[in-house]
Design a protein around this ligand. Structure first.
Ligand SMILES: [Zn+2]
Length: 181
């Protein structure tokens, strides 16, 4: 069935299924493009409509053209968000690289410090050992000197005598041993 203009010599509304007579001409603007780049161009088709469908078409066409502007705005927002997202990703990547580099440097310094500390501990151990030996030697020396010095004069004299007698006895024993050989 034709949603036509003429039926039985009368002009009817061009909305499908509507049986009312035409009341007015409605300019139907069909979007030719969906971006502002070319200024939101349209193709206009003029159709005959009854009063009710004329109002309905006016409202729907207005909504369609508004939706087109919103659609374009949304695309702009999305494009901006994508650019910003890419920028942030690059920034994060750069920071991660810096962090990795910093961690590497820190690990190197820590390694060197640990080795230096180990060397220091070793050197300290050697010094402590030498100091201990020196202390022991000094203590031994002091003990011997003191023990002899602390003896009464007569005992010191007696010890000297014993020592010299021991020395001559030893010498004599050696001499005799040499004679008998
Ligand atoms: Zn109608």
């Amino acid at each position: 069935m034709m949603a036509g203009t003429y039926r039985h010599g009368r002009v009817y509304c061009q909305r499908s299924g509507c049986r009312r007579r035409v009341d007015r001409a409605v300019d139907v603007e069909i979007p030719l493009d969906w971006s502002a780049t070319h200024g939101f161009r349209t193709v206009t088709v003029t159709i005959g409509a009854c009063r009710e469908d004329g109002r309905l078409l006016d409202r729907l066409l207005g909504q369609l053209l508004e939706a087109r502007v919103e659609h374009f705005d949304l695309l702009t927002v999305i494009a901006h968000a994508m650019t910003e997202d890419a920028r942030l990703r690059a920034e994060v990547e750069r920071l991660e690289n810096d962090l990795a580099f910093g961690e590497g440097a820190l690990s190197y310094v820590r390694d060197r410090t640990e080795r230096a500390e180990a060397d220091l501990v070793e050197a300290e151990g050697a010094i402590a050992y030498q100091r201990e030996r020196a202390d022991r030697a000094e203590a031994g020396l002091r003990r011997r000197r003191l023990s002899f010095a602390e003896l009464p004069a007569d005992q010191q004299a007696a010890l000297r005598t014993v020592h010299s007698e021991l020395s001559s006895a030893t010498a004599e024993a050696r001499f005799r041993g040499g004679e008998s050989a």
